[in-house]
Design a protein around this ligand. Structure first.
Ligand code: SF4
Length: 347
């Protein structure tokens, strides 16, 4: 007969196998059997509640590793997770990420109850412009196609013609019929888009709003130069939410999914990941043979997620944890995302 103590011990061993190599740890923890034993009762409880509620737990790559590897059904970027949520047809979706991501899940899975562990998990980028702000910009350039990065609120998606991800932005914008593009909310990604399209010989006028990601806009080319001087053979991997100067000085620029693929398929003595630290934690789990030299930054919003909050949301979500959207707005936002599916490159 398996006792509760046995179950906790088995769970602690399972967690340790997953978390052993994570040393990029915002809370300064070292993952050993004792730290895993401490959280094992909670992960067991969450996994049991998940079954009882017919829930799926989605974890963005930037949240704490014990959520990603302890309780999540799917892990990845917001776009991937929202598609997984839709496919799963779950009664309840717990989105361990930030609020705009949970909104995207609700847009695509309206019948599900979508909850966020912490309503305060905003985003400097998504929160930089409102639907009203987009309407004002549209009035200034009425002939532009409005393209929104997926890191935007449902309100902003509802005002936009087409949504894009960091993975499909170049393809979609290059193939839009209009020359003038209003790109919201990421100024830096808009600048990187302008540079990349110019390199590809595509003539577009890119007008941006003024949002930035408070994590990715912190990196500068001096960080890269210092790291290269200290670690010969280093590969620098950055996200298109970084500045154009950082993008130009990097060996690879891509979405979180593309960054992971690059590291997994590239031989190099060291990698410098210019992104949120959670992604480095994931790579340490999934590619323990690779060496990362640090330099990543924390997103304070992502770190508001915790196992305790995930558990509480599953037990009885508070009204502030439940994502609700006006149906007219949801349908308009869904149209913007559907347009992205139509215009995305075929794999
Ligand atoms: S990492 Fe940047 S874009 Fe992602 S949630 Fe945090 S502030 Fe927003």
């Amino acid at each position: 007969m398996i006792t509760t103590a046995d179950a906790v011990e088995q769970e602690a061993e399972r967690l340790l196998r997953a978390l052993l190599h994570v040393d990029c740890e915002p809370q300064g923890r070292t993952w050993n059997l004792d730290t895993c034993r401490a959280i094992a009762p909670l992960t067991l409880e969450i996994n049991r509640l998940k079954q009882e509620r017919g829930a799926v737990i989605l974890a963005h790559s930037y949240v704490e590793p014990e959520i990603i590897y302890g309780v999540a059904d799917f892990r990845g970027d917001s776009y991937f997770l929202s598609l997984k949520a839709r496919e799963a047809r779950a009664k309840m979706i717990v989105f361990a990420g930030v609020v705009f991501m949970a909104e995207t899940a609700k847009i695509l899975s309206p019948a599900a109850q979508v909850v966020v562990p912490d309503r305060g998990s905003g985003c400097s980028l998504a929160d930089s412009i409102t639907g009203e702000g987009v309407r004002r910009l549209k009035a200034l350039c009425p002939d532009a196609t409005v393209v929104c990065y997926i890191n935007s609120t449902a309100e902003v998606k509802a005002e936009s013609d087409v949504c894009v991800t960091s993975g499909n932005v170049y393809h979609i914008v290059a193939n839009l019929p209009t020359r003038r593009i209003l790109f919201v909310p990421d100024r830096l990604m808009g600048q990187n888009l302008r540079d990349e399209l110019r390199r590809r010989g595509v003539d577009k006028e890119i007008i941006t709003s003024d949002g930035t990601c408070m994590v990715h806009d912190q990196f500068g080319p001096a960080d890269i130069a210092a790291a290269r001087a200290q670690f010969p053979g280093l590969k620098v991997v950055s996200h298109p939410e970084c500045t154009p100067e950082v993008a130009a000085a990097s060996d690879f620029v891509g979405s979180t999914g593309a960054m992971m693929k690059y590291v997994k398929t590239t031989v190099a003595p060291y990698f410098l990941m210019l992104t949120e630290c959670g992604l480095v934690g994931r790579l340490q789990v999934e590619t323990p043979e690779k060496s990362f030299i640090g330099g990543c930054r924390l997103c304070p919003y992502m770190k508001l997620n915790s196992l305790e909050k995930v558990r509480d949301a599953l037990v009885a979500p508070r009204p502030d944890q439940i994502v609700t959207l006006d149906e007219t707005l949801r349908l308009r936002a869904a149209r913007c995302i559907e347009r992205m599916f139509e215009l995305s490159p075929v794999d």
